[in-house]
Design a protein around this ligand. Structure first.
Ligand code: NDP
Length: 347
């Protein structure tokens, strides 16, 4: 069974590749340029020809994935920009939407052997900012970010631009599927993870190369002064999260469960504030040796569980529990493994 993983060098996708290989799948990963292949080839060298990489230079180009989809049994589409420095919202929206529709179009034309396509969407396509605590489920769509980006364009907050790219890409995927489902031999599954944290096996040689979410973790959980964040910030900022290894497992299980076809699923381990990860970091024994000069303390106990702590965003995760039956890592496990990863890298 061969799986195509787009954006295979990314923080999440490289764990998807590893998980699939460990489960016995063959994997073909797409990358944007040949120099990104070396790390993947080296990391997965023991898998021989069960692991291949293919260059797809520009995912926004018509037919970009035509060659890549040929002969695979399933597709995991994770390639999409995730950063907070787009000026024009289209810098995010065009690759997100065209990349998603493009890979589905290629699967329609050349994916005769494809049985399932899994698209990595996000909680960003579901949630909206609310003044009072709210619970979101797969029935919810983030229309708020679309309105904000429509009204404000370049002046919209960067987080809203990113959310709009994910919302529009996922909407486009479902629209494509609904239009063509009678003519294809595959079905569509969408995963909606919240913030993704955990150890990195991508080619990052410095924390800045980790990827947006794991770089934030490094900045707030591994620095003695949390990069200048106030104790109030550390105790109040945070939403929902999942360990990157559990998300990779979700991608693999999504290929195996018949009932995952036609579903979008929120995969979330629970709620967090930065203070929760900081408290977990400070219980590790012996303490990790970091070149940052020690761990932050913040205000111990002021995060989740403190009577004055409020979480505005809650997810209903019943559907993923029912269909995928994932077991999620805890804040303590993820923090320990992530700090050990930084220590091993000499950061
Ligand atoms: P990374 O930035 O580590 O990986 C993104 C991948 O997408 C890379 O392979 C990157 O290639 C590729 N990519 C980005 N922009 C383009 C583009 N314009 N054209 C072609 N390829 C592109 O991010 P993550 O691993 O964190 O994210 C992977 C997916 O998961 C994304 O779809 C993201 O939206 C989603 N997600 C992430 C969350 C998180 O907290 N990390 C939470 C929820 C969803 P290159 O390296 O060449 O730039």
């Amino acid at each position: 069974c061969k799986v195509l993983v787009s954006g295979a060098n990314g923080y999440i996708a490289i764990w998807v590749v590893r998980t699939l290989l460990e489960k016995g799948y063959s994997v073909r990963g797409t990358i944007r340029s040949e120099e990104k292949a070396a790390h993947l080839r080296q990391l997965f060298s023991s898998y021989g020809d069960k692991h291949e990489v293919i260059v797809v230079e520009d995912i926004t180009k018509e037919g970009a994935f035509d060659e890549a989809v040929q002969g695979v049994d399933a597709i995991e589409h994770t390639a999409s920009p995730f950063h907070m420095n787009a000026d024009d919202p289209n810098e995010l929206i065009i690759p997100a939407v065209n990349g998603t529709v493009g890979i589905l179009k290629s699967a329609l034309k050349y994916g005769q052997s494809v049985k399932r396509v899994v698209v990595t969407s996000s909680g960003a396509a579901i949630l909206r900012d609310t003044p009072t605590p709210s619970t979101f489920s797969e029935l919810d769509w983030n229309e708020q970010c679309l309105e904000v980006v429509r009204e404000k364009g370049r002046e919209a907050p960067n987080m809203m631009k990113y959310r709009a790219s994910k919302t529009l890409a996922e909407k486009a995927a479902w629209e494509f599927w609904n239009t063509h489902k009678a003519n294809v031999g595959w079905d569509l599954t969408v995963l909606n993870p919240p913030f993704v944290f955990g150890p990195a096996i991508n080619a990052a040689t410095a924390p800045s190369g980790l990827g947006t979410s794991s770089n934030m973790f490094y900045n707030y959980v591994a620095h003695p002064n949390s990069n200048g964040a106030t104790n109030e910030f550390l105790a109040s900022v945070g939403t929902a999260w999942i360990d990157v290894r559990d998300l990779a497992e979700a991608h693999a299980i999504s290929l195996e469960k018949e009932a995952a076809g036609g579903e979008r699923m929120i995969v979330s381990a629970g709620l967090w504030k930065w203070q929760d990860f900081i408290d977990a970091a400070n219980t590790i024994s012996p303490p990790p040796k970091l070149t940052t000069g020690g761990l932050p303390k913040g205000n111990p106990g002021a995060g989740t569980g403190h009577p004055s702590t409020v979480h505005l965003l809650h997810y209903d995760t019943a559907k993923a529990a029912r269909i995928l039956g994932l077991k999620y890592r805890t804040i303590a496990e993820t923090t320990k493994d992530t700090l050990a990863d930084y220590e091993a890298k000499g950061w």
